[in-house]
Design a protein around this ligand. Structure first.
Ligand code: SAH
Length: 418
């Protein structure tokens, strides 16, 4: 069995925040294959061959396959329907790597934010947003992001690396492992990174999410959000499923867009809108509202024109203040007038309620925040000449102690709880 050792930190206040640091890693190496990186169809083919080579009954392949995504296990040890010797052999050949929760924050509005630590020390974020019977999980496709949109916290940290299919789909797998009742009903690729700049891994992850032998989440409940990477849009349009496309438009003219989104230089607004025509399904425009920047009546009329032409729904995002301290969010009353203007001009517009405002829920903010605090703690302990600087960090918010996601496994008593 894979052993991890953790150091954990718990800060008390109006809320709690959990920090776990991974110091061990799963045994992935020569002679092993990560089935979780494959599409369900490929993983099944590998298992069918493996079972046949061992002259095992063929139904064993199906039993093993179910344990990847449909009824996932933390390790093969838990697949008790399989003989012990077989579980040991599976563990040696097909280890099941994990994403380790580094920090989990629970907002007072039910939103939960995860910072996952990856095998190489990179960190990525996911946000679980419950709303009625829906549980939307916002997932990351890259560690960091190369696009540097002016309002986005992830853009500020720059690009680190692409995620693998396992690291993308693993964000859902971990939520299900912690509590199968919390399986997300909807997925949006609106976490860290630009999904269409990591198309091969996103392509495979989409199959894992949607396939009946994967997580079985309906394609219409899976949305890929992009600034408009043209080659990626062309690939995505080829998929026959009803996946949804959201375009981060954010400005109704190329000039305005260029001042917020450097990618406009490479893939301009007109070309992105043209590429969107290849989608037979309803698309969404995302529009983050920044005061004095893109929120005038003229902006609304110009946006309405574009949306009508594309048959797009407009999703208005109030600027999350954590992403760009120097920008001012458009006041709610102005957002109301703006969206009303869109509707009066025949466009369906929804204002997305800001969720998790108390937990740094905008893309990239949690990682930035956690790394800043760790640096500060390091400095403080350095100044104190080796005395630990751990204590209540400002901004650690929100509380939820009972989530299975937060439970330490037996024998893994947290050290350093303060
Ligand atoms: N790269 C992709 C997906 C990641 S961002 C894209 O740009 O679409 C997901 C959405 O969150 C995008 O629409 C992005 O513009 C928006 N976003 C980023 N920072 C934000 C902030 N501070 N406030 C509100 N929305 C933000």
């Amino acid at each position: 069995m894979v052993e991890f050792s953790f150091s954990a930190r718990l800060a008390f206040g109006e809320s709690r925040c959990y920090f776990f640091r991974m110091t061990g890693s799963p045994p992935t190496g020569a002679g092993t294959l990560n089935l979780l990186d494959l599409t369900p169809a490929s993983a099944r083919a590998v298992l069918v061959d493996w079972v046949a080579e061992r002259e095992l009954p063929s139904y064993r392949a199906g039993q093993m396959h179910r344990r990847l995504w449909q009824a996932p296990v933390e390790s093969w040890e838990q697949a008790t329907e399989l003989p012990t010797a077989l579980r040991t052999e599976l563990g040696a050949r097909f280890p099941l790597p994990r994403l380790i929760p580094d920090t989990v924050q629970q907002s007072s509005d039910g939103t939960r934010k995860y910072l996952w630590r990856l095998e190489d020390g990179e960190a990525i974020e996911s946000v679980l947003i419950p709303s009625g019977s829906r549980r939307t999980l916002c997932i990351s496709s890259q560690a960091g992001c190369a696009l540097r949109c002016s309002f986005c916290a992830t853009g500020r940290m720059g690009f680190r690396r692409n995620l693998t299919p396992f690291e993308i789909a693993g964000q859902i797998r971990e939520v299900v492992l912690a509590d199968p009742e919390e399986k997300p009903s909807n997925i949006v690729f609106m976490g860290m990174g630009e999904p269409l700049l990591n198309w091969p891994a996103v392509d495979a992850a989409l199959s894992i999410l949607n396939h009946p032998e994967g997580f079985g989440i309906g394609a219409r409940h899976i949305t890929v959000s992009t600034v408009g990477i043209l080659p990626g849009m062309a690939e995505f349009a080829k998929r026959p499923e009803q996946f949804r496309l959201a375009i981060s438009l954010h400005a109704p003219t190329s000039e305005q867009r260029l001042s917020m989104m450097p990618i406009e230089k490479k893939y301009d607004l007109a070309s992105v809108l043209k590429a969107a025509e290849a989608f037979r399904k309803r698309i969404t425009f995302e529009y983050v509202m920044i005061e004095g920047f893109n929120d005038s009546d003229a902006d609304a009329s110009q946006l309405a024109k574009l949306a009508r032409r594309a048959g797009a729904l407009v999703n208005i995002l109030p600027l999350h203040p954590g992403g760009a301290p120097e920008l001012t969010p458009t006041p709610l009353s102005r957002i109301g007038t703006f969206s009303e203007r869109l509707r009066n001009q025949g466009v369906e517009a929804v204002v997305r309620r800001s969720r998790g405002l108390d937990i740094n829920a905008a893309c990239g903010q949690l990682r930035v925040e956690v790394e800043k605090k760790r640096r500060e703690r390091k400095n403080v302990s350095g100044e104190r000449n080796g005395v630990s600087g751990e204590g209540k960090a400002p901004g650690d918010v929100s509380t939820h102690t009972s989530s299975p996601a937060l439970r330490l496994r037996s024998g893994q008593a947290p050290r350093g709880i303060v």
